[in-house]
Write a new protein. Sequence first.
Length: 358
Amino acid sequence: MARAAKAAGFDVHVATRVDRHGLAIESEGFVLHPLDWRRGSVDPRHIFSMIKEVRAVYRRAQPKIAHHVALVPTIVGSIAALGLPIESLNALAGLGFAFASQTLRAKVFRFFVERVLILLLSRNSSIALVQNPDDKAFLQSLGLTEQQIVLIHGSGVDTVALVPLPEPPGPITIGFVGRLLKDKGVEELFAAQGLLRQRGLLVNLLVAGDRDPANPASISDEELEDWKGHPGVSILGHVKDISAFWAKAHIAVLPSYREGLPLSLLEAAACGRPLVATDVPGCREIARNNLNALTVPPRDANALANAIALLSHDREMRRRFAAEGRALVESAFSAQRIANEITRLYGRLLKKGLAGNA
Protein backbone atom coordinates (compact mmCIF):
# COMPACT_ATOMS: atom_id res chain seq x y z
CA MET A 1 0.00 0.00 0.00
CA ALA A 2 2.93 2.33 0.69
CA ARG A 3 4.32 1.55 -2.75
CA ALA A 4 0.94 2.29 -4.31
CA ALA A 5 0.76 5.64 -2.52
CA LYS A 6 4.26 6.59 -3.69
CA ALA A 7 3.41 5.60 -7.26
CA ALA A 8 0.31 7.81 -7.05
CA GLY A 9 2.44 10.82 -6.15
CA PHE A 10 2.26 10.85 -2.34
CA ASP A 11 5.31 11.45 -0.14
CA VAL A 12 5.39 8.40 2.11
CA HIS A 13 6.86 8.38 5.61
CA VAL A 14 7.18 5.20 7.68
CA ALA A 15 7.24 5.43 11.49
CA THR A 16 8.08 2.06 13.02
CA ARG A 17 10.31 0.10 15.34
CA VAL A 18 13.44 -0.70 13.33
CA ASP A 19 15.21 -4.02 13.73
CA ARG A 20 16.85 -5.37 10.56
CA HIS A 21 15.03 -3.67 7.70
CA GLY A 22 15.63 0.06 8.01
CA LEU A 23 17.78 0.22 4.88
CA ALA A 24 15.23 -1.82 2.93
CA ILE A 25 12.50 0.68 3.86
CA GLU A 26 14.62 3.66 2.87
CA SER A 27 15.68 1.98 -0.39
CA GLU A 28 12.01 2.08 -1.46
CA GLY A 29 12.15 5.90 -1.33
CA PHE A 30 10.22 6.19 1.94
CA VAL A 31 11.26 8.56 4.75
CA LEU A 32 11.97 6.47 7.84
CA HIS A 33 11.21 7.57 11.41
CA PRO A 34 12.57 4.94 13.86
CA LEU A 35 10.46 4.56 17.00
CA ASP A 36 11.32 3.18 20.44
CA TRP A 37 8.39 0.77 20.19
CA ARG A 38 8.21 -2.37 22.32
CA ARG A 39 5.70 -4.86 20.97
CA GLY A 40 3.43 -6.45 23.54
CA SER A 41 3.95 -3.80 26.23
CA VAL A 42 0.80 -2.62 28.02
CA ASP A 43 2.70 -0.59 30.62
CA PRO A 44 0.85 2.78 30.76
CA ARG A 45 4.18 4.61 31.05
CA HIS A 46 5.46 3.06 27.84
CA ILE A 47 2.18 3.69 26.02
CA PHE A 48 2.29 7.35 27.08
CA SER A 49 5.90 7.52 25.88
CA MET A 50 4.89 6.01 22.51
CA ILE A 51 2.07 8.53 22.11
CA LYS A 52 4.48 11.36 22.86
CA GLU A 53 7.04 10.01 20.38
CA VAL A 54 4.50 9.50 17.58
CA ARG A 55 3.03 12.97 18.16
CA ALA A 56 6.53 14.43 17.79
CA VAL A 57 6.84 12.64 14.43
CA TYR A 58 3.47 14.07 13.34
CA ARG A 59 4.50 17.59 14.31
CA ARG A 60 7.80 17.18 12.46
CA ALA A 61 6.50 15.51 9.28
CA GLN A 62 3.08 17.26 9.21
CA PRO A 63 1.27 14.46 7.33
CA LYS A 64 -2.12 15.06 5.77
CA ILE A 65 -3.00 11.37 6.28
CA ALA A 66 -1.80 8.99 9.00
CA HIS A 67 -2.32 5.30 8.14
CA HIS A 68 -2.22 3.34 11.42
CA VAL A 69 -1.72 -0.40 10.92
CA ALA A 70 -3.07 -2.83 13.57
CA LEU A 71 -4.88 -2.33 16.87
CA VAL A 72 -2.26 -0.82 19.20
CA PRO A 73 -0.84 1.56 16.55
CA THR A 74 -4.43 2.65 15.86
CA ILE A 75 -4.94 3.58 19.51
CA VAL A 76 -1.51 5.18 19.96
CA GLY A 77 -1.54 6.98 16.61
CA SER A 78 -5.11 8.24 16.95
CA ILE A 79 -4.41 9.72 20.38
CA ALA A 80 -1.17 11.24 19.07
CA ALA A 81 -3.11 12.90 16.22
CA LEU A 82 -5.70 14.57 18.49
CA GLY A 83 -5.91 18.29 17.78
CA LEU A 84 -3.69 18.07 14.69
CA PRO A 85 -4.94 18.58 11.09
CA ILE A 86 -4.54 14.91 10.20
CA GLU A 87 -6.97 12.43 8.67
CA SER A 88 -6.51 9.11 10.48
CA LEU A 89 -6.95 5.88 8.54
CA ASN A 90 -7.07 3.07 11.10
CA ALA A 91 -6.40 -0.40 9.70
CA LEU A 92 -7.74 -3.04 12.06
CA ALA A 93 -6.39 -6.24 10.53
CA GLY A 94 -8.00 -9.07 12.45
CA LEU A 95 -8.22 -7.20 15.79
CA GLY A 96 -5.49 -9.37 17.31
CA PHE A 97 -5.09 -11.29 20.58
CA ALA A 98 -7.77 -9.31 22.41
CA PHE A 99 -10.51 -10.57 20.08
CA ALA A 100 -9.19 -14.02 19.13
CA SER A 101 -8.41 -15.34 22.60
CA GLN A 102 -10.98 -16.48 25.17
CA THR A 103 -8.70 -16.07 28.19
CA LEU A 104 -9.72 -13.83 31.10
CA ARG A 105 -6.81 -11.51 30.33
CA ALA A 106 -8.01 -11.08 26.76
CA LYS A 107 -11.63 -10.48 27.82
CA VAL A 108 -10.62 -7.76 30.29
CA PHE A 109 -8.37 -6.13 27.69
CA ARG A 110 -11.15 -6.37 25.09
CA PHE A 111 -13.60 -4.58 27.43
CA PHE A 112 -11.34 -1.54 27.65
CA VAL A 113 -10.25 -1.64 24.00
CA GLU A 114 -13.84 -1.55 22.75
CA ARG A 115 -14.55 1.62 24.72
CA VAL A 116 -11.37 3.32 23.56
CA LEU A 117 -12.14 2.41 19.94
CA ILE A 118 -15.62 3.91 20.19
CA LEU A 119 -14.12 7.24 21.31
CA LEU A 120 -11.28 7.34 18.78
CA LEU A 121 -12.91 5.90 15.66
CA SER A 122 -16.10 7.94 15.87
CA ARG A 123 -14.25 11.25 15.35
CA ASN A 124 -14.89 13.21 12.15
CA SER A 125 -11.21 12.96 11.15
CA SER A 126 -11.12 9.17 11.52
CA ILE A 127 -11.90 6.30 9.16
CA ALA A 128 -11.68 2.60 10.07
CA LEU A 129 -10.22 0.22 7.49
CA VAL A 130 -11.16 -3.47 7.80
CA GLN A 131 -10.33 -6.53 5.72
CA ASN A 132 -13.50 -8.60 6.07
CA PRO A 133 -17.27 -8.12 6.60
CA ASP A 134 -17.19 -9.68 10.08
CA ASP A 135 -14.86 -6.99 11.41
CA LYS A 136 -17.01 -4.35 9.73
CA ALA A 137 -20.11 -5.74 11.47
CA PHE A 138 -18.24 -5.71 14.78
CA LEU A 139 -17.35 -2.02 14.43
CA GLN A 140 -20.93 -1.23 13.47
CA SER A 141 -22.06 -3.01 16.64
CA LEU A 142 -19.91 -0.52 18.57
CA GLY A 143 -21.83 2.34 16.95
CA LEU A 144 -19.73 3.29 13.92
CA THR A 145 -21.71 4.20 10.82
CA GLU A 146 -21.37 2.85 7.29
CA GLN A 147 -19.59 6.08 6.30
CA GLN A 148 -16.96 5.63 9.02
CA ILE A 149 -15.83 2.18 7.82
CA VAL A 150 -14.08 1.10 4.60
CA LEU A 151 -13.64 -2.53 3.57
CA ILE A 152 -10.56 -3.36 1.47
CA HIS A 153 -9.46 -6.97 1.20
CA GLY A 154 -5.93 -6.90 2.61
CA SER A 155 -2.82 -5.45 1.02
CA GLY A 156 -2.88 -7.56 -2.13
CA VAL A 157 -0.89 -10.44 -3.62
CA ASP A 158 1.69 -10.13 -6.39
CA THR A 159 0.13 -12.48 -8.93
CA VAL A 160 3.05 -11.93 -11.30
CA ALA A 161 5.72 -13.10 -8.83
CA LEU A 162 3.55 -15.87 -7.36
CA VAL A 163 2.35 -18.31 -10.02
CA PRO A 164 0.67 -21.75 -9.93
CA LEU A 165 3.16 -24.48 -9.10
CA PRO A 166 3.06 -28.20 -9.90
CA GLU A 167 2.52 -30.59 -7.03
CA PRO A 168 5.77 -31.87 -5.51
CA PRO A 169 6.59 -35.57 -5.63
CA GLY A 170 6.53 -37.80 -2.58
CA PRO A 171 4.10 -38.18 0.33
CA ILE A 172 1.46 -35.54 1.01
CA THR A 173 2.94 -32.49 2.72
CA ILE A 174 0.81 -29.85 4.41
CA GLY A 175 2.23 -26.35 4.80
CA PHE A 176 1.63 -23.70 7.46
CA VAL A 177 2.92 -20.13 7.26
CA GLY A 178 2.53 -17.81 10.22
CA ARG A 179 3.62 -16.90 13.71
CA LEU A 180 3.56 -19.82 16.12
CA LEU A 181 0.61 -18.61 18.19
CA LYS A 182 -2.07 -20.63 19.92
CA ASP A 183 -4.63 -18.30 18.32
CA LYS A 184 -3.33 -19.42 14.90
CA GLY A 185 -4.43 -22.94 15.82
CA VAL A 186 -0.92 -24.36 15.86
CA GLU A 187 -1.72 -26.73 18.72
CA GLU A 188 -4.60 -28.22 16.72
CA LEU A 189 -2.38 -28.31 13.63
CA PHE A 190 0.30 -30.45 15.26
CA ALA A 191 -2.34 -32.61 16.94
CA ALA A 192 -4.10 -33.22 13.58
CA GLN A 193 -0.85 -34.21 11.89
CA GLY A 194 -0.15 -36.63 14.72
CA LEU A 195 -3.65 -38.11 14.44
CA LEU A 196 -3.19 -38.71 10.73
CA ARG A 197 0.10 -40.53 11.22
CA GLN A 198 -1.49 -42.64 13.97
CA ARG A 199 -4.16 -43.65 11.44
CA GLY A 200 -1.49 -44.76 9.00
CA LEU A 201 -1.63 -41.70 6.69
CA LEU A 202 1.98 -40.52 6.68
CA VAL A 203 1.33 -36.82 6.12
CA ASN A 204 4.32 -34.50 6.58
CA LEU A 205 4.04 -31.04 8.11
CA LEU A 206 6.17 -28.13 6.87
CA VAL A 207 6.09 -25.00 9.05
CA ALA A 208 7.37 -21.52 8.14
CA GLY A 209 7.25 -19.27 11.18
CA ASP A 210 8.73 -18.36 14.54
CA ARG A 211 7.56 -17.90 18.09
CA ASP A 212 6.41 -14.38 18.99
CA PRO A 213 7.32 -13.83 22.66
CA ALA A 214 5.74 -10.35 22.61
CA ASN A 215 2.33 -11.93 21.99
CA PRO A 216 0.55 -13.50 25.00
CA ALA A 217 -0.66 -16.34 22.75
CA SER A 218 2.84 -17.40 21.68
CA ILE A 219 3.77 -21.03 22.21
CA SER A 220 6.57 -21.79 24.66
CA ASP A 221 10.14 -22.82 23.91
CA GLU A 222 9.34 -26.20 25.43
CA GLU A 223 6.40 -26.75 23.08
CA LEU A 224 8.49 -25.76 20.07
CA GLU A 225 11.29 -28.16 21.01
CA ASP A 226 8.77 -30.95 21.57
CA TRP A 227 7.13 -30.41 18.16
CA LYS A 228 10.50 -30.42 16.42
CA GLY A 229 10.87 -34.02 17.52
CA HIS A 230 7.56 -35.21 16.05
CA PRO A 231 7.81 -37.62 13.09
CA GLY A 232 7.30 -35.93 9.73
CA VAL A 233 7.56 -32.38 11.13
CA SER A 234 9.95 -29.73 9.75
CA ILE A 235 9.99 -26.26 11.36
CA LEU A 236 11.94 -23.86 9.18
CA GLY A 237 11.58 -20.57 11.06
CA HIS A 238 11.22 -17.41 8.99
CA VAL A 239 11.18 -18.11 5.24
CA LYS A 240 11.95 -15.39 2.69
CA ASP A 241 11.11 -17.25 -0.53
CA ILE A 242 7.43 -18.09 -0.11
CA SER A 243 7.12 -19.51 -3.62
CA ALA A 244 9.90 -22.02 -2.88
CA PHE A 245 8.11 -22.96 0.32
CA TRP A 246 4.80 -23.72 -1.41
CA ALA A 247 6.64 -25.68 -4.10
CA LYS A 248 7.33 -28.27 -1.38
CA ALA A 249 3.75 -28.55 -0.08
CA HIS A 250 0.58 -30.11 -1.52
CA ILE A 251 -1.96 -28.40 0.79
CA ALA A 252 -2.02 -25.11 2.73
CA VAL A 253 -3.48 -25.25 6.23
CA LEU A 254 -4.48 -22.43 8.60
CA PRO A 255 -6.61 -23.45 11.62
CA SER A 256 -6.73 -19.90 13.05
CA TYR A 257 -9.33 -18.65 15.55
CA ARG A 258 -9.73 -15.27 13.83
CA GLU A 259 -7.98 -13.30 11.08
CA GLY A 260 -8.21 -10.03 9.19
CA LEU A 261 -7.42 -11.53 5.80
CA PRO A 262 -4.61 -14.11 6.04
CA LEU A 263 -1.83 -13.33 3.60
CA SER A 264 -0.52 -16.89 4.00
CA LEU A 265 -3.68 -18.34 2.44
CA LEU A 266 -3.77 -15.69 -0.29
CA GLU A 267 -0.19 -16.49 -1.27
CA ALA A 268 -0.84 -20.24 -1.12
CA ALA A 269 -3.89 -19.87 -3.37
CA ALA A 270 -1.87 -17.71 -5.78
CA CYS A 271 0.67 -20.58 -5.95
CA GLY A 272 -2.10 -23.03 -6.79
CA ARG A 273 -2.45 -24.73 -3.44
CA PRO A 274 -5.79 -26.07 -2.16
CA LEU A 275 -6.68 -24.83 1.33
CA VAL A 276 -7.83 -26.30 4.61
CA ALA A 277 -8.88 -23.57 7.04
CA THR A 278 -11.21 -22.76 9.88
CA ASP A 279 -14.58 -21.19 9.16
CA VAL A 280 -13.83 -17.97 11.04
CA PRO A 281 -13.71 -14.25 10.21
CA GLY A 282 -10.97 -13.52 7.71
CA CYS A 283 -10.24 -17.10 6.69
CA ARG A 284 -13.66 -17.54 5.11
CA GLU A 285 -12.98 -14.63 2.73
CA ILE A 286 -10.35 -16.59 0.84
CA ALA A 287 -11.09 -20.18 1.95
CA ARG A 288 -14.44 -20.89 0.27
CA ASN A 289 -15.77 -24.28 1.32
CA ASN A 290 -15.96 -26.77 -1.57
CA LEU A 291 -14.79 -24.11 -4.02
CA ASN A 292 -11.08 -23.84 -3.27
CA ALA A 293 -11.01 -25.14 0.30
CA LEU A 294 -12.35 -27.43 2.97
CA THR A 295 -13.35 -25.48 6.07
CA VAL A 296 -13.67 -26.81 9.62
CA PRO A 297 -14.69 -25.46 13.04
CA PRO A 298 -11.93 -23.81 15.10
CA ARG A 299 -10.29 -25.69 17.98
CA ASP A 300 -11.19 -29.09 16.49
CA ALA A 301 -8.09 -31.18 15.70
CA ASN A 302 -10.16 -34.21 14.66
CA ALA A 303 -12.20 -32.26 12.09
CA LEU A 304 -8.98 -30.70 10.82
CA ALA A 305 -7.39 -34.13 10.41
CA ASN A 306 -10.45 -35.45 8.57
CA ALA A 307 -10.38 -32.54 6.09
CA ILE A 308 -6.66 -32.99 5.42
CA ALA A 309 -7.19 -36.71 4.90
CA LEU A 310 -10.01 -36.11 2.42
CA LEU A 311 -7.87 -33.77 0.31
CA SER A 312 -4.87 -36.09 0.61
CA HIS A 313 -6.82 -38.96 -0.96
CA ASP A 314 -8.43 -36.90 -3.75
CA ARG A 315 -5.96 -35.57 -6.34
CA GLU A 316 -8.76 -34.29 -8.59
CA MET A 317 -10.24 -32.24 -5.75
CA ARG A 318 -6.83 -30.73 -5.08
CA ARG A 319 -6.46 -29.84 -8.76
CA ARG A 320 -9.93 -28.24 -8.89
CA PHE A 321 -9.42 -26.29 -5.67
CA ALA A 322 -6.04 -25.06 -6.89
CA ALA A 323 -7.49 -23.66 -10.11
CA GLU A 324 -10.44 -22.01 -8.36
CA GLY A 325 -8.20 -20.50 -5.69
CA ARG A 326 -5.87 -18.97 -8.25
CA ALA A 327 -8.81 -17.49 -10.16
CA LEU A 328 -10.23 -16.03 -6.94
CA VAL A 329 -6.94 -14.34 -6.05
CA GLU A 330 -6.60 -12.87 -9.54
CA SER A 331 -10.16 -11.50 -9.57
CA ALA A 332 -10.44 -10.15 -6.02
CA PHE A 333 -7.11 -10.00 -4.20
CA SER A 334 -4.38 -8.99 -6.66
CA ALA A 335 -1.87 -6.34 -5.57
CA GLN A 336 -2.89 -4.06 -8.45
CA ARG A 337 -6.57 -4.19 -7.51
CA ILE A 338 -5.84 -3.41 -3.87
CA ALA A 339 -3.40 -0.65 -4.85
CA ASN A 340 -6.11 1.04 -6.91
CA GLU A 341 -8.57 0.84 -4.01
CA ILE A 342 -6.17 2.22 -1.42
CA THR A 343 -4.98 5.14 -3.56
CA ARG A 344 -8.60 6.09 -4.27
CA LEU A 345 -9.21 6.04 -0.53
CA TYR A 346 -6.14 8.21 0.14
CA GLY A 347 -7.39 10.69 -2.44
CA ARG A 348 -10.80 10.78 -0.81
CA LEU A 349 -9.24 11.39 2.62
CA LEU A 350 -7.01 14.13 1.23
CA LYS A 351 -10.00 15.96 -0.26
CA LYS A 352 -11.91 15.51 3.02
CA GLY A 353 -9.03 16.99 5.00
CA LEU A 354 -8.62 19.94 2.65
CA ALA A 355 -12.33 20.65 2.79
CA GLY A 356 -12.29 20.47 6.59
CA ASN A 357 -9.43 22.97 6.79
CA ALA A 358 -10.89 25.39 4.26
